[in-house]
Design a protein around this ligand. Sequence first.
Ligand code: ADP
Length: 307
Amino acid sequence: MNEIKLFCPATVANLSCGFDVLGLCLEGIGDEMIIRKSNEKGIRITKITGADLPLETEKNVAGVAGMALLNHLNLEFGFEIEIHKKIKAGSGIGSSAASAAGIVVGINELLGNPLLRKELIPFAMEGEFLASVSYHADNVAPAILGGFTLVRSYDPLEVIKIKSPKDLFVTIIHPHIEVKTSEARSILPKEIPLKTAITQWGNLGGLISGLYTEDYELIGRSLQDVVAEPYRKNLIPEFDNVKKVALENGALGCGISGSGPSIYTLNKSYKTAENVANEIKKVYSKTKIGFDVYTSKICDNGVIKLK
Ligand code: ADP
């Protein structure tokens, strides 16, 4: 096999009480990537559509993540890639992670899968470092493994894939405003009261248990973030209204996706997710801010080989 076409999924990180550790993979939203073997060593990005992103290997997360993997494998040949972006950069649904995950999974597939998917995560994290100047796995892990993923530890890296209940559907609203990840980080307190920490880890335990036992009410009760959301929500216009409307219309929970500006809701059934989508659209329609709304199943596979 000399060429592969991939679906590179969008992801929701910072899932409320899973702030900085828990993410999920979306099924219906993602980029496409084509990777071809080439006799020339290294990685060349030959085409990008859908976004104005650098073609230079060292300035593109796909190039950086791919080179990290190539250097590890010490290959005598290289790859050419085409990236067809559908996920808007800076939307908070893992635009850079989709490219970082896609390139490492694609190269591994073209080589006959010498590495396990889990083993690809550190190379994708090298790409993420370019986008956010920090090594984080909360978007690349779900993009590579699919489902929900928990980063239990960074040193050593330990990522746990968590079972995803079959009736869960995600609704995302992406308001067209910019939230700088650096600002979203800088407004968080450096320390939190013990009481706050206890609430957060109680909810995270509840959420993980709810996912395994398919206890949707428990999932709903647990989807709360007392650490980051109280500060970060102020960067997203209408956040409180969107959350109120989503919960009133049957969403199990609602929170900030990544570091924003996207807002996610989890819902039991496609019908509820669609209903929530329609109702939260109404909230943003009353503002002058443009927006996109998506409804998606949770993707259990991560990056998918299309052909
Ligand atoms: P999101 O907020 O959706 O998670 P990120 O903030 O992770 O998006 O990534 C966006 C940043 O990464 C932008 O500054 C963008 O220019 C840069 N970038 C570099 N290469 C890529 C790529 N292949 N895909 C998306 N973003 C990229």
